[in-house]
Write a protein that binds this ligand. Structure first.
Ligand code: TNX
Length: 520
């Protein structure tokens, strides 16, 4: 990691742990052979080849244990992977650039995937890469970005593009917020009405939710992902060693599903997917048929998304309907539960058991602590850091993503100069200075904090261009905060490196805050 005052020659974001300058440079003009020296790396070699082609290099992809004449780039699994106490793969890597060779080595594919992205950054800044030796590894294993595709829908192509952009900054988790009151996005074969009815709303709020009276744009709005789309997204992320965390938000935030299948709700009322923002008061009923329905949904989701972590939401569930409905009160009595919070906790616990049966782990927003934390659950602390501190005290793993530091739907500049956003104020420096492991957690429990992630709630992000505008460069600050150890972080150095990183975004056609308007 380059220290303050150094020239930040490599301009990498996140900064790397060690960088030693060599002599000479590897030219990016002309042809280069690209060799995978270990089995099973062909996909990664092809990915790197595609990146380099964009930089004007002509890569010839091959296999074998020994590069021939001429410049070559090699990929190899090498060394003993370190065991992580939470079971995450070793993401360390080594990258050596010489005049006619670039060697990428890592003990695990995950590290090699990070090395590929570091090389993608190095290649994107000129016609040659200066000789150097890089040794690198992340501080924290959970470095994520979240995207809400319910409030506004983003196409498969846009989602792929987003994953490819966050990969560039060595993120390794993509939290896919697939369902909410305003639209159900994943196709579920067993329950086709979820997308037939639940993916389309009749209109959308104009302006801010707090502007009264509410005005609506009456054009129907919708979109969903077919199973094939989701499989393609999974494959795209797999090559880049990014895990996708699908979220099916329950028992609140379910108005779109209840619109499609009214029997899931408490009142039997005919509903439509919600056209405005804010929180719906409609909630799932806690009958066994509803639980089975959700188990079926989770089964299909787990068939599509092969990763360990499954998110079941649990946030902001208004419990009025539970309080008012005789049927629900009877159910509570039958289950021996004393409060609606306990009922929510019971509901979430049933989902947790289901997920565990398939050897997966359940994540929920911090509200899942209320009424008792489900066994084995992981807590995503968003309202503040308190939920995370409490969860760690209970011995539960934590993703620490408090809104005041990680909500990229907040304003990033003076309100008068920015396009409409939800509110709040989260400038770049405040993201950079975020310490993801709360000091209040005793040292012996700090390992439970797996990391953090940036949230992109899309109420006020009508287009994908706006998503990128809100995400970048704040995601770069977060990436460095999660990758580098606190003593390696350096706000001035980060700012020096930023223009080069932004020029990479320009090269890849990614929008960001502070970008010069496109000409012509
Ligand atoms: C709270 S964060 C929500 C979302 C909203 C967001 C807006 C969380 C778990 N729930 O439903 O989109 O605030 O910032």
């Amino acid at each position: 990691m380059l220290k303050k005052g150094e020239k930040n020659k490599n301009a990498l974001i996140p900064g790397v742990e060690s960088y030693r300058e060599g002599t000479g440079e590897f030219s990016l003009l002309g042809s280069v052979s690209l060799l995978s020296l270990s089995p099973g790396l062909e996909d990664m070699a092809r990915l790197l080849a595609a990146y380099l082609t964009r930089e004007g290099v002509t890569p010839v992809v091959g296999k074998g244990d020994h590069p021939g004449e001429g410049p070559a780039i090699t990929l190899k699994i090498e060394g003993k992977a370190e065991e992580h106490e939470m079971g995450f793969p070793d993401e360390s890597y080594h990258l050596e650039v010489q005049a006619d060779r670039i060697a990428l080595t890592a003990p695990h594919r995950a590290g090699l995937a990070r090395a590929v992205q570091t090389l993608r950054q190095l290649a994107g800044t000129g016609t040659a890469i200066p000789a150097a030796e890089i040794g690198d590894r992340p501080r924290l294993p959970w470095r994520g970005m979240h995207l809400d595709v319910s409030r506004h829908f983003f196409s498969k192509e846009e989602v792929l593009r987003f994953i490819d952009t966050i990969a560039l900054f060595r993120f390794n988790k993509f939290h896919f917020h697939l369902t909410d009151d305003q639209g159900w996005r994943p196709e579920i074969k067993k329950y086709p009405r979820l997308t037939e009815v639940g993916s389309r709303r009749s209109g959308t709020l104009i302006g801010h939710y707090s502007d009264k009276p509410h005005r609506f744009e009456d054009t129907p709005y919708g979109g969903f992902y077919t199973r094939r789309d989701m499989e393609e997204i999974v494959e795209f992320a797999r090559v880049r060693e990014i895990d996708i965390i699908p979220e099916i938000d329950m028992p609140g935030h379910m108005q779109a599903a209840i619109s499609a299948y009214p029997e899931l709700g408490c009142t039997g009322m005919t509903l439509e997917p919600r056209c405005t923002w804010g929180i719906s008061q409609h909630i799932l009923n806690p009958q066994e048929t509803t639980l089975n329905f959700m188990r079926d949904v989770l089964d299909e989701i787990m068939d599509i998304f092969p990763y360990t972590f499954i998110h079941v939401g649990g946030d902001e569930a208004h419990k009025y309907e539970w309080e008012e409905q005789r049927r629900v009160q009877d159910r509570m009595a039958e289950l021996g539960l004393e409060s609606e919070e306990e009922l929510q906790s019971w509901f979430i616990s049933r989902m947790g058991e289901h997920v565990r049966r398939r050897d997966r782990r359940m994540i929920g927003w911090d509200e899942i602590l209320e009424g008792g934390l489900a066994d084995g659950a992981i807590v995503m602390s968003w309202r503040s850091e308190e939920g995370g501190i409490e969860a760690a005290r209970l011995g539960a793993p934590v993703i620490n993503c408090p809104c005041e530091r990680t909500y990229f739907d907040y304003y990033q500049g003076p309100k008068e100069k920015e396009p409409l956003a939800i509110g709040g104020y989260l400038p770049l420096e405040k993201v950079y200075r975020f310490e993801p492991v709360p000091a209040e957690i005793p040292d012996s429990k700090k390992y439970l904090v797996m990391g953090s992630q940036g949230q992109l709630w899309s109420e006020y992000m009508e287009t994908f261009d706006r998503v990128e505008y809100m995400a970048f460069p704040r995601a770069l600050a977060l990436a460095e905060t999660l990758w580098c150890r606190p003593e390696e972080k350096d706000w001035e150095g980060f700012q020096d490196r930023l223009p080069r990183a932004l020029s990479l975004l320009d090269r890849w056609g990614v929008n960001y805050h502070g970008r010069e308007p496109r000409r012509g």
